[in-house]
Write a protein that binds this ligand. Structure first.
Ligand code: NOJ
Length: 534
């Protein structure tokens, strides 16, 4: 199956479980809510779902701090609910990927509790990175590493030792040199595969191994050579996991969250005996600018071809600024280290470009990710009151970075005021406040409107499923006017995107399949994208 799996062309919808649909009325999304909305996902036309973490967790980082890898957090339901959900999703023809968080666990995990209860030097501490501090009384951290959320990557415990956490202090890094850690995660993979999970999204896939000795990064580190990421030893872990996935009759798949500065590093995770696919963050971060986009598309296709992996395309996820907002800004790139909260954005421009971007990404070869709310054209919520912010980034950055809550606001389903059908009537308030203006962005309001983002996604996904997924994994660029990108897939399909501020001519075609904006006098409007039958 290796060459032709479903995952090579899949449209995968990302469910941020806490914010998708609330079934039990506590203001937090859950499995009951998700199960009730499966018909919506089937009708949208996606092939698979990726669920962000559902395991038992104190939720210090939205579930990316796992205390029990084999059970479901009570906030979301029970293991029996998860099994029912898997069966129902499969009945609707939807595959299911879930998040695996192997780089770190929760400080509430029994392993970390045991490590804390044990004295320095005890084997219970070897599953983590405990070290004495520097300085005469060990009062300084063991090295100069910084947490991705801000502040030092080390926290000191009562007996004076320090432990490593590249994210929040509640997320101690696991030591992947420890055989017991490896064995545990291999067992966790089997646990969920045996329950019908079709694959895993691997959190921080590039981070599991560290350079021995944990050397300082120094004052001017080379981003391609950091001691806490992309260590050669990580590949052996994925080879072992791949053989487990391949041992199932219906082989299971992995998609890696691999944030690395060079494609040469990135592509090594996609070798045929490692991960099946990885998110294309280069594309996500790219400016909405034709030369940059064209280069990114070419680079993506070239590098993936080298290892035989399918390219993927992604515009937004639960860690980024929603692209409707990004594309309305002067600087349309995304930078994980600088989200530019509050930068001026033109919502109408961002919306138009987001429609064009939807058609562009859905027409490219390979797999594509849709983040919940992309299909509703949701913008980043930039005015969440400071006392409601939940993302640990806010505290860790000493209140300089509002973090990621603005793209995690619960979805608007129906009605004219919050909670917009997210929770049943009479429920607790949603865990993050929804903007009143979302009354025009609900599923209910968009369904009857042929010009809505939701209808555009539905039509595009349907056409993609019927005509595009069987085409070869390549594109042919067509000659086009400056600022216009035009390419052909196979003999009979073309996609044209107009990045200029004036209407553009379309190549000769037999049928206009779909456009993000209505044509005017046969021309494609500014910021528009069209699909053509040739
Ligand atoms: C990446 C996840 O997408 C993000 O939400 C999380 O905070 C970090 N990994 C740490 O697990």
């Amino acid at each position: 199956m290796a060459g032709n799996g479903w995952w090579r062309t899949a449209a995968i919808y990302q469910i941020y479980l806490r914010s998708f649909a609330d079934g039990d009325g506590d203001g937090v999304g859950d499995l009951a809510g998700l199960r009730s909305r499966l018909p919506y996902l089937r009708d949208l036309g996606v092939d698979a779902l990726w669920l962000t973490p559902w395991n038992v967790s104190p939720m210090a980082d939205g579930g990316y701090d796992v205390a029990d890898y084999r059970d479901i957090d009570p906030l979301f339901g029970t293991l029996a609910d998860a099994e029912r959900f898997l069966a129902e999703a499969h009945e609707q023809g939807l595959r299911v990927l879930v998040d695996l968080v192997p780089n770190h666990c929760s400080d509430a995990h029994p392993w970390f509790r045991a490590a804390l209860a044990a004295p320095p030097g005890d084997p219970a501490r070897e599953r983590f990175w405990f070290r004495p501090g520097r300085g005469p009384s060990g009062e300084r951290p063991p090295n100069d590493w910084r947490s991705y959320f801000g502040g030092p990557a080390w926290t000191r415990v009562a007996d004076g030792e320090w432990y490593l956490h590249m994210f929040a202090p509640q997320q101690p890094e696991l030591n992947w040199e420890h055989a017991g850690v490896r064995a545990e995660f291999e067992d966790v993979l089997r646990f969920w595969f045996d329950r019908g999970v079709d694959g895993f999204r691997i959190d921080v896939a590039h981070g599991l191994m560290k350079t021995p000795g944990l050397p300082d990064v120094g004052a001017a580190p080379d981003p391609a050579d950091l001691p806490y990421q992309d260590h050669e030893g990580v590949h052996e872990i994925y080879r072992a996991w791949r053989s487990i996935a391949d041992s199932y009759e219906d082989p299971r798949v992995f998609v890696g969250e691999v944030w690395l500065p060079t494609t040469a590093q990135f592509v090594r995770y996609l070798r045929p005996d490692e991960l099946h696919s990885a998110f294309n963050f280069e594309f996500l971060c790219c400016a909405w600018e034709p030369n940059a986009i064209r280069k990114t598309i070419d680079d993506t296709l070239d590098t993936h071809r080298l290892v035989g992996a399918p390219p993927t395309w992604v515009l937004s996820n639960h860690d980024t600024i929603r692209h409707v907002t990004r594309y309305g800004r002067e600087d349309t790139t995304f930078d994980l280290g600088n989200r530019r909260h509050g930068a001026f954005t033109d919502p109408a421009l961002g919306h138009r470009r987001a429609r064009a971007a939807a058609l562009l990404t859905l027409s490219l070869p390979g797999g594509v990710y849709v983040y919940q709310g992309d299909e509703l054209g949701l913008a980043e919520v930039e005015d969440i009151p400071l006392d409601r912010i939940q993302d640990p980034t806010w505290e860790r950055s000493e209140h300089t970075d509002r973090g990621r809550d603005g793209c995690r606001v619960p979805l608007p389903w129906s009605g004219t005021e919050p909670p917009f059908g997210f929770s049943p009537p009479g429920s607790a308030q949603p865990w993050l406040p929804q903007p009143p203006a979302w009354s025009t962005r609900t599923v209910e309001s968009q369904e009857p409107d042929a010009s809505s983002m939701l209808r555009l996604y539905r039509e595009a996904l349907a056409i993609r499923g019927e005509r595009l997924v069987t085409l070869p994994e390549s594109i042919t660029w067509l000659t086009s006017d400056d600022g216009v990108l035009s390419f052909r897939r196979g003999e009979n399909f073309a996609c044209v995107a107009n990045f200029t501020t004036t209407p553009a001519r379309l190549p000769a075609h037999t049928e206009l399949l779909l456009t993000s904006e209505p044509l005017a006098g046969g021309l494609l409007p500014a910021d528009g994208c069209a699909w053509l039958a040739l």
